[in-house]
Design a protein around this ligand. Structure first.
Ligand code: NOJ
Length: 527
C-alpha cells in the first residue's frame, strides 16, 4: 500500500485569512469547515493549517503561548474537532503546524524560567551572562537582556519568540506530550517549524561573516550536532501512531543538508526551498534544482513541490505576473516528482499586496526591516521599500471569495484591504468560467487523481532544452509526457501517433502539432 501522503496534494491555509465564519474579521475554524465542499471540488487531499494555538501573535501564531488550546480568534476546541471530523468524512486529511523551537515570551514556561536563576525551568531556555554575535533571522541581535535576573536569553526570531533549550531532555518530554495530545485529537500529522534550528552550538562559537552575501553566515545556530538524533526520536514517536505524516521546514537550500532530514526513520518529507523560493523565474535553474534533487534523493526520499507560502511573495507576482506562465508552473508543481503544497489563493491567481503606508504593515520581519533601515540612515521612503521587500504580509491577504472585496473581513483591519484592481481574481467569478485559473487548477488536480503516473510515476526522461522543461512520468500502467515550454517561442511537437492529449494550457485543440510559448501540455503515450 502506498502511503496516503505520497499521493496527496496539500493546501496551506493561513489561518486568519482563509474564511471568516463568525463575522469578526478574522478567518477561523467554522469558516474553513464551511468551505470544505469548495476544497473537495478543487481536488486537494490534505490541509496544512498555520498555528492556531493561543498566541499574542507577534509573529502571527508562530509565538505559541499555550500548546493545549485553541486561540479564541479561531474558535473553540469544539470548532476544531468539528473541522477534523468533517474534513475526514470528506476524505481530507489535516496537518497542524507545530513550533517546537521556541515559545512565546508569554508562555508560562518562559515566565517561570525568567523568574529566577534557580527555577527548575531556568534551563528550559538558553540563558547567558554575555551575548555572542549571533543574529536573529529577522535582523539585529538574537540576544535579549532580561533585567529580572541580569542575563540574556536567546531568540532566533523575534525577542517575543524565545528559543527552547533542546539540550534539556525535559523540553523534549514536554513537547512529546504536546504532539501526543494533538495526534489523539485526530490530526494527521505535523508541519514542523524551523526544525533544523532545535540545537545550537553548545560552545556558542561566534558566527562568521559571509562577505559575498554581506550577511552573517549562520554556521553555529542551526544544523548542529545531535539534531538528527532528535529528528529520529520525533519521527519514531509520531510514527507509532499509524498513518501520521511529518513535513519539516528545514531552513537550508543545501540539498546535502536537506537530504539528511527525510527518509527512512526520519521525517517523511522536508520542504525544498531551493526549488520553492527561487526568487526570479529561471527555467534553467528550476530544471537544475529538479535534477539535482532527483540525483541526491534515495528511493525512500520524496521531494516536495511548492512555489508560494505565507513566508514569501506569491509566485505569480514573483515570476512576473503572467498567467500563462503561472499555469505552466502549476503544471510542473502538480506533475513533477514530489508532494505538492498549494498555497491558498494561488488557485485563483491572487497577487502580492504591497503597502504604501508602514502603519498598515503587520509582519514582524517587515517592521524590523523598517526599523533597522531607519537606524542605518535611510529615508522613510527607502525604509518602506526595504520593509515591503522583507514583509510577508504580501501573500497573507484574505482569500477573495467574491468581487466585493474582502468579504467576511472587517474594515477594522486596514492592512488586509486590498485595492479592487483585479475584479476577476475571486472565486465567485471564476467558478463558472471554464477559462479561469480556478477551472484550470481543478482540471489539473482531477487529472492527477485519474492518472497514477502523475502522482507516483518515476521520471523516464528529465530534460531541458532552451527554455523547455520536459519529462515523462511513468508507472506500471501508463506513461505521461509533460512539456513545459517556458521559452518565448513556439516549438514543434515530437510525439507518437498513439499519443492522447490530456491537457494544453493555451490552445483549445492543438492540431498544429506545436506547443506555444509559455504553454504546458500533458500527453499520454503508449507504454
Ligand atoms: C517559519 C514560519 O513559516 C515563519 O512564518 C515564522 O516566522 C518562523 N518560522 C518563526 O517561527
Amino acid at each position: 500500500m502506498v502511503e496516503w501522503w505520497k499521493q496527496s496534494v496539500f493546501y496551506e491555509i493561513y489561518m486568519p485569512s482563509f474564511k471568516d465564519g463568525n463575522g469578526d474579521g478574522i478567518g477561523d475554524f467554522s469558516g474553513i469547515t464551511s468551505k470544505l465542499d469548495y476544497l473537495k471540488e478543487l481536488g486537494i487531499d490534505g490541509l496544512w493549517l498555520t498555528p492556531f494555538y493561543p498566541s499574542p501573535k507577534v509573529d502571527n501564531g508562530y509565538d505559541i503561548a499555550d500548546y493545549y488550546e485553541i486561540d479564541s480568534d479561531y474558535g473553540t476546541m469544539e470548532d476544531f474537532e468539528l473541522l477534523i471530523k468533517e474534513a475526514h468524512q470528506g476524505g481530507i486529511k489535516v496537518i497542524a503546524d507545530l513550533v517546537l523551537n521556541h515559545t512565546s515570551s508569554e508562555h508560562k514556561w518562559f515566565k517561570e524560567s525568567r523568574s529566577n536563576k534557580d527555577h527548575p525551568k531556568r534551563d528550559w531556555y538558553i540563558w547567558r551572562d554575555e551575548p555572542n554575535n549571533w543574529e536573529s533571522f529577522f535582523g539585529d541581535t538574537a540576544w535579549e537582556y532580561d533585567q529580572v535576573t541580569n542575563q540574556y536569553y536567546y531568540h532566533a526570531f523575534a525577542k517575543e519568540q524565545v528559543d527552547l533549550n533542546w539540550a534539556n531532555p525535559d523540553v523534549k518530554e514536554a513537547m512529546f506530550d504536546v504532539m501526543k495530545f494533538w495526534l489523539e485529537k485526530g490530526v494527521d500529522g505535523f508541519r514542523l517549524d524551523v526544525i533544523n534550528f532545535l540545537k545550537v552550538n553548545d560552545r556558542f562559537i561566534d558566527n562568521p561573516f559571509d562577505a559575498d552575501k554581506n550577511e552573517q553566515n549562520h554556521l553555529y545556530d542551526k544544523d548542529q550536532e545531535g539534531i538528527l538524533t532528535i529528528i529520529e526520536q520525533i519521527a519514531e514517536f509520531v510514527h507509532q501512531y499509524p498513518d501520521k505524516f511529518l513535513v519539516g521546514e528545514v531552513g537550508s537550500e543545501d540539498i546535502g543538508i536537506l537530504k539528511q532530514f527525510s527518509g527512512l526513520g526520519k521525517l517523511d518529507v522536508v520542504f525544498n526551498f531551493n526549488i520553492g523560493s527561487i526568487e526570479k523565474f529561471d527555467a534553467g535553474r528550476l530544471f537544475e534544482q529538479l535534477s539535482e534533487t532527483e540525483k541526491a534523493y534515495d528511493e525512500h526520499q520524496v521531494p516536495t513541490l511548492f512555489f508560494s507560502s505565507h513566508d514569501m511573495s506569491r509566485f505569480i507576482s514573483r515570476f512576473g505576473g503572467d498567467e500563462d506562465r503561472a499555469k505552466a508552473v502549476a503544471a510542473l508543481m502538480l506533475t513533477a516528482k514530489g508532494v505538492p503544497f498549494l498555497y491558498f489563493g494561488d488557485e485563483i491567481g491572487m497577487r502580492d499586496w504591497i503597502t504604501d503606508d508602514i502603519e498598515k504593515m503587520k509582519d514582524v520581519q517587515g517592521l524590523m526591516g523598517y526599523k533597522l533601515a531607519l537606524e542605518a540612515g535611510k529615508t522613510a521612503e527607502e525604509a518602506l521599500a526595504i520593509a515591503n521587500e522583507k514583509s510577508r504580509d504580501k501573500s497573507r491577504t484574505p482569500m477573495r471569495w467574491n468581487a466585493s472585496g474582502n468579504v467576511g473581513f472587517s474594515d477594522a483591519e486596514p492592512w488586509i484591504t486590498i485595492p479592487n484592481d483585479a475584479m476577476k481574481v475571486n472565486v465567485a467569478e471564476q467558478e463558472n468560467d471554464p477559462a479561469s485559473m480556478l477551472s484550470f487548477y481543478k482540471k489539473l488536480l482531477h487529472l492527477r487523481k485519474e492518472h497514477s503516473a502523475l502522482r507516483l510515476g518515476e521520471y523516464e526522461e528529465l530534460r531541458y532544452d532552451e527554455g523547455m522543461i520536459s519529462y515523462i512520468k511513468k508507472d506500471h500502467s501508463e506513461r505521461i509526457r509533460v512539456l513545459l515550454n517556458f521559452s518565448n517561442q513556439e516549438r514543434v511537437l515530437n510525439v507518437g501517433n498513439d499519443a492522447v492529449l490530456l491537457l494544453a494550457t493555451k490552445q483549445e485543440s492543438p492540431e498544429s502539432g506545436r506547443i506555444l510559448a509559455n504553454e504546458a501540455m500533458l500527453i499520454k503515450e503508449g507504454l
